[in-house]
Design a binder for this molecule. Structure first.
Ligand code: HPA
Length: 270
């Protein structure tokens, strides 16, 4: 694993400025952010040694190197989901690569179903914490000290200062920002009504099929994380309707510009 990683990192090193400190996962809801990145270079995943290649509709795969809010960034357009069949090591491989490239901040977005009764479709939720319900842990197995400590602390998995900065920017710009706990599950099924109810009872506000593995590895690698969910459907008793991938994409589009704006402003102030 270490050798594979080093090979990828040495291939990427000359293509990514040393001053790059921020990584972005352009999940559902952050696609628009691409248009705000200047001085762009695109690196298709299939050209990067040892990089997995993404498969799902609506998620194309490339690294975008450039500037956002005046800062050097590297963005992933397209991520690897556990439900696609990738192992947890593959899902989180790009985060390790970022760690070894010297990335200190990770910005993440996703689409999620809302269990919180005060949420509406199209709301943006600042993730304050998560509950990991994936059936496999990305850190299971031998721990390499170069990666991080054996038993990582997760008490501030979503960095309090970055969250404060996001809240301040949202308030100053009249952007409605919900906040809550993200439940990460494997998918690919959406939840049954009983499952939504269960996730609410255990303390969840939103549920989705990504983010948690990447955030765990980022924390292991001592990166600071900021993450948002776009609420694309509701798992609230009485408001549950059938949900499709297309509707999720459509709902996410509405909230996109606001979320992209907050993200860009937070990066500007790093
Ligand atoms: N459940 C899980 N993942 C999701 C959902 C949902 O309701 N909406 C968007 N991603």
């Amino acid at each position: 694993m270490l050798e594979t990683l080093k090979q990828t990192v040495s291939w990427l090193r000359p293509r990514i400025p040393e001053t790059t400190k921020a990584g972005v996962i352009l999940g559902t809801g952050l696609g628009e952010l691409v248009h705000s990145i200047s001085d762009k270079t695109e690196i298709p995943y299939e050209t990067i040694p040892n990089f997995p290649v993404s498969t799902v509709e609506g998620h194309s795969g490339k690294l975008i190197v450039g500037k956002l809010g005046g800062k050097d960034i590297v963005a992933m357009q397209g991520r690897f989901h556990f439900y696609e069949g990738y192992s947890m090591k593959e899902v989180t491989f790009p985060i390790r690569v970022m760690q070894f490239l010297g990335i200190k901040y990770l910005f993440v977005s996703n689409a999620a179903g809302g269990m919180n009764g005060s949420f509406d479709i199209g709301d943006i939720m600042l993730i304050e914490d998560h509950i990991n319900l994936f059936p496999e842990h990305p850190l299971r197995g031998k721990n390499l000290p170069e990666f991080g400590t054996r038993f990582p602390d997760m008490s501030e998995a979503y960095d309090p200062e970055l969250r404060e900065s996001a809240i301040r920017i949202a308030t100053q710009n009249n952007i409605k920002l919900q906040h809550g706990v993200y439940v990460g599950t494997s998918g690919p099924t959406f939840e049954t009504p009983a499952e939504y109810h269960f996730f609410k009872i255990i303390g969840g506000d939103a549920v989705g099929m990504s983010t948690v593995p990447e955030v765990i590895v980022a924390n292991h690698g001592r990166m600071k994380v900021l993450a948002f969910s776009i609420i694309t459907d509701l798992g609230v008793v009485g408001k549950i309707v059938k949900v499709t991938h297309e509707e999720v994409q459509e709902a996410a589009k509405i909230a996109q510009p606001k979320m992209a704006f907050i993200m860009q402003e937070v990066i500007k102030q790093l």
